[in-house]
Design a protein around this ligand. Structure first.
Ligand code: MG
Length: 399
């Protein structure tokens, strides 16, 4: 099975498209263009492709510095990894590729945020072509006659059989395209990733493009896009449902120098006993997400009998669960954690915990709740033998 990452280039200003905000954040029938693109890209991991390709890590959206609010508004809680881009498309893709260095996927797909109508066939075709090539790109022939043009004067015919229109996604074996970018002078900006790949001598192939995979560029494209949405949405809308999961976890106190709770280290004259870092807050939350996915529990995915999770940071458990939500084509909407303990005092750390969970899940802070209670000195938490955590996660998933 090949792991695939996706880089969605959303750094452009889209000035040719008009409007007050960059085109990729504008809506078509109440859904932003970038949101449509992100959901569409996940479809390649469904159905018959499921056993061939898996999404590794979140989708990476490369966006322009200062566009945080536009992006947040446009993608809602769709879980993505945000990366600030550079002054050119080349610099932005480079930043996206860099973000994958520590967890390199087999394949990477680089796609324009403003092409929301890419088909699963095109996505599948570029990925499958990577079995025998280092890169693959969808192209289209040109139907009209083509001539050179200079200062409003038409010149010679250009043999159109020698020309192709080039679309995205442009897909590559990750290590090859990373090397190609690494070899490129940092101040050089090329038109697309194929240009970078060719410069490095990668072995590329073309797959059949799709006229419907057009890039929303001009104001008239919005009308075309709306018409397309109306035409194709009849009869094949995805039905979504809301799923809620509950998680619960307990760890025992022992001598030590502090505890991890909801991803925050709290200094204390004690610690929590456990195989991993014993972060009961993140464990309960991770289990809540597995619960909403009806996909087992934390012990199934990260067995305590496996030495590799000894002392492990629980961040990675939560991230793994969140990635499972994305891979299912769903999104995490809200989380609520309750910590049940006499010690430590949670309140001074509550905002840091919320911020950490927001960072790990991709949720805005307004959808992350952390609460605490004691049990009035009753029971094991009351006797200060241990600490308990409960969590509820709410997801929206496709039927
Ligand atoms: Mg635990």
């Amino acid at each position: 099975m090949k792991t695939v990452a996706q880089i969605i280039v959303a750094g452009g200003r889209g000035q040719r498209a008009g409007g007050n905000i960059p085109k990729q954040y504008q809506n078509i029938d109440n859904i932003s263009i970038v949101y449509k693109t992100l959901s569409k890209l996940l479809k390649v991991f469904e159905s018959e492709n499921k056993s061939h390709f898996s999404l590794l890590g979140p989708q990476i959206v490369v966006y322009a510095k200062g566009d945080d609010e536009f992006l947040s508004g446009a993608i809602e809680s769709h879980v993505v990894q945000r990366v600030v881009g550079g002054s050119s498309r080349t610099a932005s893709v480079r930043a996206g590729l860099d973000a994958l260095r520590n967890t390199p996927p087999d394949y990477v797909m680089i796609h324009d945020a403003a092409r929301p109508f890419v088909s699963t066939d095109t996505l599948t075709a570029v990925l499958r072509a990577l079995d025998s090539h280092q890169g693959a790109v969808p192209t289209l022939p040109i139907a009209d006659a083509v001539k050179t043009f200079d200062k409003n004067i038409l010149g010679d015919d250009v043999e159109r059989a020698t020309l192709r229109r080039v679309q995205t996604p442009q897909a590559f074996r990750y290590r090859d395209i990373l090397e190609a970018y690494d070899a490129l002078p940092t101040d050089l900006a090329l038109s697309d990733d194929v240009a970078v790949a060719r410069r490095a001598g990668l072995h590329l192939t073309c797959v059949e493009g799709d006229p419907e995979n057009f890039k929303i560029t001009y104001p008239s494209d919005f009308e075309k896009a709306r018409a397309y949405v109306r035409e194709t949405s009849m009869g094949n809308e995805t039905t979504l449902y809301t799923a809620t999961g509950l998680g619960y976890d307990v760890h025992r106190y022992t001598d030590g120098d502090g505890i991890w709770l909801c991803g925050v280290k709290i200094p204390a004259p004690y610690t929590l006993l456990g195989h991993s870092d014993a972060d009961a807050g993140l464990h309960a939350l991770t289990d809540a997400i597995f619960g909403a996915l009806a996909d087992g529990d934390i012990g199934d995915h990260f067995p305590p009998t496996d030495a590799k999770w000894k002392g492990a940071s629980s961040d990675q458990f939560l991230k793994f669960a969140v990635e499972k939500v994305s891979a299912r084509g769903g999104s995490l909407k809200h989380v609520d954690v309750t910590l049940i303990c006499e010690k430590p005092k949670v309140k001074p750390h509550r905002n840091a915990m919320r911020e950490k969970i927001a960072e790990l899940t991709g949720l805005p802070l307004s959808r992350v709740s952390v609460k605490a209670t004691t049990t009035e000195r009753l029971g094991f938490t009351g006797r200060e033998e241990g600490l308990a955590a409960q969590a509820v996660a709410t997801l929206v998933l496709p039927e």
